[in-house]
Design a protein around this ligand. Structure first.
Ligand code: IMP
Ligand code: MG
Length: 422
């Protein structure tokens, strides 16, 4: 699937947690360089290798293949202590990590204690008024705000203690919460990360010019995009594929494939619109069967049917060339499987009555009434001869028909080996 001298984006097309970790791990077998370009340790990518579960938050999933190079681009916001812990943990498990295969862009912004304090304050105050976002509490939003305000520290400051001290003496607000303990931990993390720091944009361009196959690993999902998602219930980075080049520092003309990762049903952590959301026993069954608890915060995920209206919309905004369909096996044994096929206005029952065609304002989201159609379920999505169960095939065909995007891969279980290419 990957081409020489080109970049492929793997991106979530729902609310995150689509199973990107697994598919990036599978695709990275053919990649030379795997990169994270946005978000931070709000992400949690779970990969199963045998009965070993690996969760990465900041390191690209490609880190698990020792012969691959991985990079953290300028668009990422970084908690240095978390990154060092992640590196140490994988090293203990025998994964070789050094400056020859992990590259960290000096332009990435550093999450400071102040950012987490500001986030907590804002969420506490919004909780009082019933408008909390339900963030992961990692300081992601305030760190991106500092970047836009041009007053935040970056990796290039962190790895030179004298730069960081100079920064703190001119940006005194960042001394809040920066206790002597945390200061020491940041100094230690800075020293540990120094060997990885390199101009990732330059290295990625060099690699592409030499014919490398680059894989860009998206975090979160399009419906959480800061501009196009269900604002303000979104994360603080740009997630649609058009922004990925900017998070790494390559030209968009290098990108020739955008792989959209979707789950056969949907989940959402945190607050905000979710038209196909399920309640009651069915939602509990789905949550338990799909182990739908946040990989980062452990929060139970809200669950619902696949939303094909949203999927078509975000497939177009992303220019998705291929879908990979994850976790359909969780629906094995369901008598019937729902899909959301239309949004109608609660009052008028008309299907395209939102003022801009797609609900954008919070008030418009409140007006959305979902139309759900049901398909006959399947006992097991794969027949014994590895062909698709006929009812499952109908379900897949319907997704392709409604979204105009081909489904190329169907995952049939959490492990690397469990899935088939169509
Ligand atoms: P933040 O990214 O921590 O600011 O959280 C903003 C919103 O995005 C919240 O609803 C989070 O639950 C959600 N979110 C952030 N990262 C992820 C992720 O990796 N998977 C799923 N949801 C996420
Ligand atoms: Mg996740």
């Amino acid at each position: 699937m990957l081409e020489k001298g080109r970049a492929t984006i793997v991106t979530g097309v729902q609310f995150g947690d689509e199973g990107k970790g697994k598919i990036v791990d599978v695709l990275s077998a053919d990649a030379d360089l795997v990169c994270r370009v946005q978000g931070g340790n709000n992400a949690g990518h779970t990969i199963w290798i045998g009965d070993r579960k690996v969760v990465t938050h900041l390191l690209p999933s490609g880190i698990l293949r020792p012969e691959k190079k991985v990079a953290i681009g300028a668009g990422v916001v970084l908690d240095p202590v978390v990154l060092v812990q992640e590196i140490e943990k994988l090293r203990k498990e025998g994964v070789p990590i050094d400056g020859s295969r992990l590259w960290l862009d000096p332009r990435a912004h550093i999450i400071m204690p102040l950012h987490k304090l500001l986030e907590r304050k804002s969420e506490d105050s919004l909780t009082q008024t019933g408008a909390a976002i339900g963030t992961t509490g990692r300081g992601i939003g305030p760190t991106y705000a500092s970047r836009a305000n041009r007053n935040g520290p970056r990796v290039c400051d962190l790895v030179h203690p004298e730069h960081l001290e100079a920064f703190l003496s001119t940006h005194v607000e960042f001394q809040e919460g920066f206790t002597s303990e945390i200061r020491a931990a940041y100094a230690e993390a800075g020293a540990a990360l120094k060997e990885f720091v390199t101009d990732v944009a330059l290295r990625a361009n060099d690699a592409l010019e030499q014919g490398a196959r680059v894989l860009i690993e998206g975090a979160q999902g399009a419906m959480l995009d800061v501009a196009f998602g269900t604002y303000p219930f979104v994360t603080s980075s740009s997630l649609i594929s058009g922004s990925a080049a900017g998070g790494l520092g390559i030209s968009p003309t290098r990108i020739n494939r955008v792989v959209g990762v979707i789950k056969a049903y949907m989940t959402r952590v945190g607050n905000g619109p979710f038209p196909s959301e399920l309640e009651g026993q069915l939602s509990e069954t789905l949550r338990e069967k799909g182990k739908e608890y946040g990989a980062t915060t452990g929060r139970p995920r809200r669950v619902g049917w696949l939303d094909l209206v949203a999927l078509r919309y975000f497939a177009r905004l992303n220019g998705i060339t291929d879908f990979v369909l994850m976790k359909s096996d969780v629906l094995d044994g369901f008598e019937s499987v729902g899909v959301l096929t239309d949004y109608v206005d609660k009052k008028t029952a008309r299907s395209t009555s939102f003022s801009f065609g797609w609900p954008i304002a919070a008030k418009e989201w409140e007006q959305v009434e979902p139309v759900v159609e049901f398909f006959s379920g399947w006992e097991q999505l794969l027949n014994v001869d590895n062909t698709l169960n006929v009812n499952f095939r109908t379900f897949v065909g319907f997704i392709e028909d409604r979204t105009k995007v081909p489904v190329r891969y169907v995952s049939s279980g959490p492990e690397r080996s469990e899935g088939i290419w169509l």
